[in-house]
Ligand binder design. Sequence first.
Ligand code: CP
Length: 305
Amino acid sequence: MKKNVLSILDVDDQIEEIINLGIRLKYDIKASKQIKVLEGKTLVMIFERASTRTRVSFEVGMTLLGGHAIFLTGSELGIGKRESAKDVALVLSRYADWIMYRAVDEKNLRELAEHATIPVVNGLDRFEHPCQILADLMTIKEKKGRLNDLNFVFIGDGDDNLTHSYLLGCSSVGMNVTVISAKRYWPTADYVQKSQEIAAKKNHMVTITEDINAVAHADVVATDTWVSFWYDDQRAQRLTDLKKYTITADVMKKARPDAIFMHCMPIYYGEEVTKEVAYGPQSVIIDEAENRMWAQMALLVNLLQ
Ligand code: CP
């Protein structure tokens, strides 16, 4: 049966399997092994928002595995205006093997996923970013050698798609998760509750706090832009409200000495993080960006099984 990946919870029981496949593909292809397991397969990518990493990593990943990717912009398709998400889903399902969709309106993503007869992957919506969390967990596994029992700390805009995916994904693999933010930017309550339920079953904790000192004991420190696509009109307010949550070298010093720093990019230097930290020795941001490709290749292979 076809499976959609709109949330990391859609593959929560396969996260480690997908990550391990991503690591194997990375190792084998870098060693010049030809792995053309997606020969004859086509991924249709729909972008209603700008992208560097998601677009290029999916397209190059398809090429490396012998498949093909087609890039379509929102204005070309006009989902919800020129044509319904349902009709686009039904038609594209006859041409392609997966659809990756970065939607402005998550209702269109859900409608497309409901009616497509091929897997639909969320390329980031207002609430989640499942492809990014897979790449981030793969990066953590490479850097730390494990996922279980690590302390993951997110600092910044907590009411963000990636924060929600961190809450769900990191708790699913057995980490303690802490989100540090000003109260008005705390994550959506449903995500906190769900991640707390998942963490409790694994004897771990999910903590939401305003206290920057909760970064102590962090193995991983992560952040994201304070002003994602959806909040462009709140820019000045957000910069003021989140000012004390910039990740500086002093903040990193409060974490464990071997803590890594992560950011999904693009970065607004001097806002959520300083250049000193982003380009510093603890930063793994470029490995993280690279791993978008390997993790997604593994995900696409997994979805055809
Ligand atoms: N991190 C991320 O999704 O990057 P893009 O917006 O460039 O795809």
